[in-house]
Design a protein around this ligand. Sequence first.
Ligand code: PGA
Length: 252
Amino acid sequence: MRVPLIAGNWKMNTTVSEAIELVNEMRPGLDEITNVDKVICPPFISLAPVRELIEGSSIKLGAQNIYFEERGAYTGEISPLMLADLCEFVIIGHSERRQYFSETGDIVNKKIQAALRAGLKPILCIGERLEENEAGRTEEVVTEQLRSSLAGIDYLSSLTIAYEPVWAIGTGKAATGEQSNETISLIRHNISQQYGKRIADDLRILYGGSVTAENAAEFINQPEIDGALVGGASLKAAEFLSIVKQTSEIKQ
Ligand code: PGA
């Protein structure tokens, strides 16, 4: 049985004091729900203060990005060693990083390897762009992203995949539950062919893209979908909590 996971990607939102306020609002409700992994991913500079606030709770912490070198002259970057000290999860290959910061499959692969070496749990994001979707190339695109991201990696037990169709991120235009279940099942099949059925059966695959308290159940009700990577709606304590609660009820 895969434990469902709901991750909140706060992106480049919240000052440190706003992050503290948001965590204080979420903490009591989230902490009560124990059959779902709840991961919050604030900006780097809020990781340390947030970590202190959630200590002793069941809430887990994640970063939104990582660099693949351990240390050195890489001005402005944050290394796996620094993160391993602070948090458990790290989002890698988000489409906004691919789009605005030119992250290629090769870079994503290096980041995953580095995260795994440091004992971090990567949440690997993959997903097709609108024109690829419209051209019927979803399968081809996600297959290629899986291939390049996971090249040379033979250890998937701490990996989570988030299927996030790029056209659904931050647009308010979510995919349908059925559509995403189909693509996620294809991703699982792909992993199964490469790594074997047991590993594929154990791998958590999330949906992401305009998930709200209103539409969350449509995704969580799908058998192949193990949770969600939530952007905008994770910045509202009550809404994020509602998504986690619904997940807890549906997947129990
Ligand atoms: P969104 O973002 O929920 O705001 O669409 C999701 C994501 O980017 O992970």
